[in-house]
Design a protein around this ligand. Sequence first.
Ligand code: NAD
Ligand code: ZN
Length: 296
Amino acid sequence: MSSAELRSGSDSATGGLEALAAQVGRGGVFVLTGAGLSTDSGIPDYRGRDGLRRVMPMSFGEFMGSRGARQRYWARSYVGWQRFRAAVPNSGHRRVADLQQLGLVDYLVTQNVDGLHQQAGSEQVEELHGSLAEVMCVTCGDRTARAHVQERLMLANPGFLGAVLDTLPGGSQVSSQIRPDGDIVVPDDAIGVFHPPRCLVCGADTLKPDVVFFGESVPKDRVERCFAAVERSCSVLVLGSSLAVMSGYRFVRRAAASGIPVAVLTRGVTRAEAEATLRVDAALGPTLDALVAALR
Ligand SMILES: NC(=O)c1ccc[n+]([C@@H]2O[C@H](COP(=O)([O-])OP(=O)(O)OC[C@H]3O[C@@H](n4cnc5c(N)ncnc54)[C@H](O)[C@@H]3O)[C@@H](O)[C@H]2O)c1
Ligand SMILES: [Zn+2]
């Protein structure tokens, strides 16, 4: 059967679900998740159904290029973090944990940096692009928890949060303004007075969330672990990713090249239409609920 025959309507997985259950039920699944899995938790995705990028996050080159860029990054991120850290897992994250509990998942890789898989009970998660909950110093390599940096920022910038929230449409209702990478657009004139963090070990102003920025590469050992997991898997299951970013797409390509079946459960356009042996264009929450129910 061709992947086109298995494509279903916009909000139901009818037709694809049976094939999905058959594939996942065989076990040994390499699961790759993306931003689409966290949209039901209030964290927006980058691309959406049309596959076009809505926001352009700061690149590594821009971040490292000037003190002003780092000040802007941290001012936005300081305000956005209070919303981002309050996000809670949705049923999609819980169903992925269920699939692990059922012993069907060999390896779980996420492109997300929000920690919601772990919060939903998934124990072994390869965070391909790192985590926003950790901060590292680009100069000396020291690592520290984001929560500590946030506290220091609060002490160094008294009144900043309240002043910025007052300027946003909707005031303290910042949830509607959160951007995919956990920041919020802050007015330019407010940014100039913000004190960004410095490294407590070496004093440099090069602290950066321990996530892979655009323009950076994923650490080699992570990539190698994922390739090895793809090679030993019985099948690949993509959940909520446009696969527009090569760092995730390459695993789908490797699977296709090795003759390993690839199921893509994501609403809208993806880059893997040619590689997918099973394509389900449907909402993740209800589809994963139905999948786990069929496999129990
Ligand atoms: N939550 C996060 O941590 C987060 C959020 C945004 C972006 N990012 C980063 O940005 C990059 C984005 O790439 P990506 O491929 O993961 O995301 P993407 O934004 O490119 O693609 C998300 C896909 O999921 C689909 N989708 C959204 N909600 C859905 C739902 N409820 N059901 C079914 N499909 C749904 C969209 O239509 C889209 O095709 C990643 O590298 C990631 O590190 C992370
Ligand atoms: Zn340092």
